[in-house]
Design a protein around this ligand. Structure first.
Ligand SMILES: Cc1cc2nc3c(=O)[nH]c(=O)nc-3n(C[C@H](O)[C@H](O)[C@H](O)COP(=O)(O)OP(=O)(O)OC[C@H]3O[C@@H](n4cnc5c(N)ncnc54)[C@H](O)[C@@H]3O)c2cc1C
Length: 303
């Protein structure tokens, strides 16, 4: 860090963004684990985000941007510098067949708006508990659909403070991959081009997918969704089950007995517990099947 940031009180610099100091991120992550952010803020507008980015750059303050923290493990040492959570930027609008949403809009809410406007194509995401920004970053997908199938453009702020609009073809989407994972650009919003459909059919598809999700996934417990990417030619959950790791527990983190691809917080798990379970699962599956399970969940912060 360039300046002694402990002496600069960001609460007095940014009065309208609910700035907190030394705030535990376990209060925000889906796993309910994670250490503190030195500074945490909730910008409400794109220009507020830009002001934070400029401030962080000028003061050489590390800057981390997160959405709904549903695909995230924050190590117990927390995150140095400034963390922005974008969930206060959540407008959704519709024009013709296009749904445009701010980065912090809930993906689930965005699919509901598409349904209300009788637009089809977004149903696959009806139960994905992320934000629009996180879904673009991850190219989130389920049940045969992916963000890349419907996104038309993405507005970002670069780390040098420039507003840029990418077309979908610029975004280098792949399996749980997008361009912004390599550039560090901050997603501010995205537009999705959908197709006119029949409201009852759209509702039926969303309800069906959510029922299938509820039947298979441990939604009653905190988790970060599928922990591992699907390895080529295999299913992570089956490899874990066949390694007899269902129910494997370290501290308060447990391989779900309902869906072995999930690790649930069964009590007072720490991020360290999560990482211990992940390491044990990876080592066991590698030894038994020779397959390396790469994490889908993003792991950030300090030990
Ligand atoms: C019960 C459950 C079920 C799930 N099911 C699915 C599923 O079916 N399919 C699927 O793909 N995922 C699934 N997930 C994982 C998760 O919901 C998705 O990956 C989602 O897209 C993450 O969005 P988020 O806002 O929570 O991102 P976060 O967890 O907040 O962040 C994830 C990554 O994106 C980055 N990021 C977030 N927002 C921005 C932004 N605005 N600009 C730049 N970078 C950003 C963060 O830095 C981080 O590296 C599931 C999770 C849970 C808990």
């Amino acid at each position: 860090m360039g300046d002694n940031m402990q002496q600069v009180d960001l609460k007095t610099v940014f009065t309208s963004s609910n700035v907190m100091q030394n705030e535990p991120l376990g209060n925000y992550t889906n796993t309910k684990t994670g250490g503190p952010a030195d500074w945490l803020a909730f910008p409400k507008t794109r220009s507020e985000v830009a002001k934070f980015v400029d401030f962080a750059r000028i003061h050489e303050l590390p800057l981390t941007v997160i959405g709904n923290a549903s695909n995230l493990i924050v190590r117990d040492g927390g995150i140095r510098g400034l963390v922005l959570i974008l969930t206060e930027m959540k407008a959704i609008s519709v024009s013709g067949n296009t749904v445009t949403a701010d980065a912090g809009a809930a993906l689930i809410e965005t699919t509901e708006v598409a349904y209300q406007h009788q637009l089809t194509g977004f149903e696959f995401a009806a139960g994905i508990p992320g934000s629009v920004g996180g879904a673009v970053f991850m190219n989130a997908g389920a049940y045969g659909g992916e963000v890349k199938d419907i996104v038309s453009s993405v507005d970002v702020l670069t780390r040098s403070g420039e507003f840029v609009t990418y077309q979908a073809s610029d975004m280098e989407f792949g399996y749980r991959h997008s361009l912004v994972q390599t550039t560090g650009d901050i997603v501010l919003g995205a537009s999705f081009t959908l197709t006119p459909g029949i409201a009852e059919d759209i509702r039926a598809r969303m309800d069906d997918l959510n029922a299938r999700r509820a039947a298979k996934q441990p939604l009653e417990l905190p988790s970060c969704g599928s922990v591992f990417k699907r390895p080529e030619g295999y299913y992570a959950g089956k490899l874990i089950t066949d390694s007899e790791l269902r129910g494997y527990t370290s501290g308060g983190a447990q391989v779900s007995t309902k869906h072995a691809g999930f690790i649930v917080n069964i009590g007072s798990a720490t991020a360290t517990d999560y990482l211990a379970v992940i390491a044990h699962v990876q080592a066991t599956v590698l030894a038994k099947f020779g397959v390396h399970l790469e994490t889908e969940v993003r792991i950030i912060g300090e030990d």
